[in-house]
Design a binder for this molecule. Sequence first.
Ligand code: COA
Ligand code: MG
Length: 277
Amino acid sequence: MRLRSLLFVPGDRPERMVKAAALDADALILDLEDSVAPGAKAAAREAIAAFLSEPRPRALFVRINPLDSGLAADDLAAVLPGRPDGIVLPKAEGAASLAALDAMLSGDIRILPIATETPAAIFALGSYGGVTPRLCGLTWGAEDLPAAIGAATSREADGSYTAPYQLARSLTLFGAHAAGVPAIETVYPDFRDLDGLAAYAARGRRDGFTGMMAIHPSQVPVINAAFTPSAEERDHAQRIVELFAANPGAGALQMDGRMVDAPHLKAARAVLALAAD
Ligand code: COA
Ligand code: MG
């Protein structure tokens, strides 16, 4: 399943689900958690269940409430009959929470944990591998953790993350790759700033993220472009692959006056795989 862009839609806004389904996002995340007020949870469950029963032009994930919220069982009971493509698990805390959700699912339903929303979650970021083949990626959030630890903000004056949240982002990146699944960037809340989004997403791709969550329709094309290899990148990768194919048995070669060896070949193959998706 290709996951470049995943667009959040509040579960109590069925008209927005219809709009979102017409966009070019790889997946929608129909939300039952933070974007839905406590009094609206029941109606949101019904709206999502109804939407899941319609023909599906793209992958549909549902973000349930946290496993310890007292709401998750009712969330799952409402949405699982509609066979969502995946469940987004907020406040995930590593292997134990992944296994717990896995045990509540049957059939071909993926799990995407949001893996940095509690203090304990940070220490479990290396534990997601080998638990279940349902794991389809790992993502992170910078909104809940500051509140949980009494921090004033997760951001510097210029909008960049403070050191604790850069650490959470980096550990998510390595935790995802250690588990052998895609690393998915968190949302960019300032949805009117598309240049800032493009720059942020480009840094994510540079660092090894292969997709990103969105909150607004205008963010989807920007994110798709950022996580799709450009023609130049594809050509460069193709040349590296061809160079090694033309020199079987060679470990290190030169291209354009620079050394290329095994990691470059691996990276080039990854670019071509991303481009082929
Ligand atoms: N999905 C689908 N459509 C959306 C949308 C979304 N996430 N966000 C906005 N739209 C639509 C609006 O319905 C509107 O459509 P219209 O032009 O046909 O009326 C259009 O896009 C423009 O919306 P805009 O006025 O720019 O935004 P807003 O002020 O109405 O909404 C948010 C802003 C942030 C509340 C909204 O984007 C949103 O709900 N995002 C998702 C929030 C969420 O799920 N958060 C949880 C994860 S962090
Ligand atoms: Mg949250």
